[in-house]
Ligand binder design. Structure first.
Ligand code: BES
Ligand code: ZN
Ligand code: ZN
Length: 533
């Protein structure tokens, strides 16, 4: 989609137009005829609108909860008007989410009408409301097309009224949405076309073109020399090699003196934009690198999860190409931070492999020795995510002196059973403050999280008779928490947040402004978290 800012007068604009209407005080500029005014007024007050007359009036689906939220499409050939009425009196984040949802409704109408270019304006509308509308249109417009023979519908051009934001504001949002698009594309790609090796190559290629991002790809030999027993164990049954990818972005180095000052031991922005020019900075892991202590992001990169020898039954295997969504999300967050030069230091650690039953596949009863020396009894080869994440988390602790480690992983079916597809199951150890911040951002961007407890009693459930830990609980109870507890062991005392995105990374059927398939859920959350630093 191509976005542009334009001067748009809704009364005189001749092309197809979306008009946002949240505030009755803006009535004087409504680009509506008399009958149209009657119709939308009737709808806002919950009366039956005037739907007859010489114009063909088609209304989008009415919202039951509020008489104020609806979309009406006026067919005024040769152009069309999509009138979006919304209740602007609710809490900011709630209005914005309603607008993303209304945007998806509008997009379906645009598709129905074959409209590929449209202008967006409104009166009495706040910039963040317009931004939510544009975001909704963008997220709803994504579909996984690359294997389709026939061309698919997309909104090609969106002109937004200049009064709402600056070029730079729109451009930085566009860069984030572009990364979400790529995240979704990678997650949707079948393993046949995106295995660990290929994914690592893709990440390397993106990083190469991106100023300030360093990408290190470790192959099997290197992983063996590091003794990452979890990643190697899970990979044993696969014909494809594992990879361990490290993405480093330092938006703190290279700041010109005078622009920044030190505040309570941490680098803080004073004003203006910070620049990370490549060549000006170097991150040497574990060697007192410049800039601040990094935020370390760890992403589960199981390129395909068959379950391994504990093979998944029946149709439980389908969609397991999405088991690398955590890795795709974390990579996208780092890339978006670099695109927009966020003044943060962030590292993504991405263990990549598929999980298959092969000739030499790891088996239940195996005992693996992880990167930090912890021994783990494998009880179920389908609890593979935590094994590869454990190595990555321990690697982060040992080499980066992180401020906080945050992982995102499609880790447990139990998370889906607990809260369905409406949010992230989150846990923390020593990171109360960070999780509170994530909750706040989560409400703002509507990538919500709910905190699960990390009570001491759960530790018992993952204690092994023969090794230090077992890779799944003794009972299926609290499966999401025992997985989180397992990971927390490897974070030691470092503030640690675990995000189980199993319910939200991939939707079996369309939900809200997402079509079926990968959502990129978590990218806006973590990007927003980085913005808050
Ligand atoms: N990748 C799955 C979890 C999953 C399930 C993600 C459904 C998305 C949708 C994970 O590796 C897994 O298989 N977990 C097991 C753990 C169990 C064996 C302890 C599960 O949740 O059943
Ligand atoms: Zn599994
Ligand atoms: Zn898995």
């Amino acid at each position: 989609m191509i976005y542009s800012l334009q001067d748009i007068n809704p009364k005189t604009y001749e092309g197809d137009m979306i008009f946002m209407y949240g505030d009755e005080s803006a009535e004087r500029v409504l680009p509506l005829g008399k009958r149209e005014v009657e119709l939308v007024k009737g709808k806002r007050s919950g009366e039956r609108g005037v739907e007859s007359g010489e114009r063909r009036v088609e209304n989008g689906e009415r919202r039951a909860e509020s008489g104020k939220d609806f979309v009406v499409a006026f067919d005024r050939l040769p152009s069309r008007l999509y009138f979006v009425s919304f209740d602007s009196e609710r809490k900011g984040a709630e209005v914005q989410e309603r607008l993303r949802l209304l945007a998806a409704e509008v997009l379906r109408l645009l598709e129905r009408d074959g409209v590929r270019e449209v202008a967006l304006c409104g009166e009495g509308t706040l910039p963040e409301e317009v931004a939510a509308m544009v975001e909704g249109l963008t997220l709803a417009d994504y579909s996984f097309d690359r294997y389709k023979s026939k061309e698919c519908y997309h909104l090609e051009r969106l002109a937004v009224s200049r009064v709402f934001f600056s070029e730079e504001e729109l451009e930085s949002q566009r860069r984030l949405w572009n990364r979400i698009y790529w995240c979704r594309e990678w997650v949707n790609m079948p393993v046949a076309d995106l295995n660990a090796e290929r994914f690592a190559e893709e990440l390397e290629a993106v990083a190469k073109d991106l100023e300030g991002v360093r990408c290190t790809v470790m192959d099997r030999k290197k992983i063996e020399s590091l003794r990452m027993g979890g990643l190697l164990g899970v990979n044993r049954g696969s014909v494809d090699e594992p990879r361990f990818v490290v993405l480093e972005y330092d938006g703190c180095a290279g700041a010109e003196s005078g622009e920044w000052r030190v505040e309570s031991g941490e680098w803080r922005a004073e004003s203006g934009e910070r620049r990370a020019e490549s060549g000006e900075w170097r991150v040497e892991s574990g060697e007192g690198a410049p800039g601040e202590r990094p935020i370390v992001l760890v992403g589960k990169g199981v390129m395909y999860d068959t379950g391994g020898l504990n093979i998944k039954p029946e149709d439980y295997m389908q969609e397991m190409k999405s088991d690398m969504a955590g890795a795709a999300t974390m990579a996208s967050v780092v890339f978006a931070a670099a695109d927009n030069r966020l003044p943060v230091r962030v590292v993504a650690l991405l263990p990549l492999t598929d999980n298959r039953p092969g000739g030499n596949a790891y088996a239940a009863d195996d005992i693996l020795t992880m990167y930090d020396g912890t021994t783990v009894e494998v009880v179920n080869t389908d609890a593979e995510g935590r094994l590869i994440l454990a190595d990555a988390i321990a690697y982060g602790v040992k080499n980066y002196n992180p401020r906080v480690i945050i992982d995102a992983a499609t880790l447990t079916g139990a998370a889906v059973r607990a809260i369905s597809t409406f949010g992230i199951a989150a846990m923390q150890t020593n990171a109360e403050r960070e999780l509170e911040m994530l909750k706040i951002v989560g409400e703002e961007v509507h990538e919500r999280l709910v905190e699960f407890p990390m009570w001491r009693e759960y530790d018992e459930l993952i204690r092994s008779e023969y090794a230090d830990l077992r890779n799944c609980g003794t009972t299926p109870q609290a499966g999401t928490i025992t997985a989180g507890k397992f990971l927390a062991h490897f974070a030691k005392d470092v503030p640690f947040v675990h995000l189980d995105i199993a319910g939200v990374a991939y939707f079996t059927k369309a939900q809200g402004y997402y079509r079926a398939g990968a959502s990129g859920y978590g990218t806006r959350l973590l990007y927003g978290f980085l913005q808050m630093q």
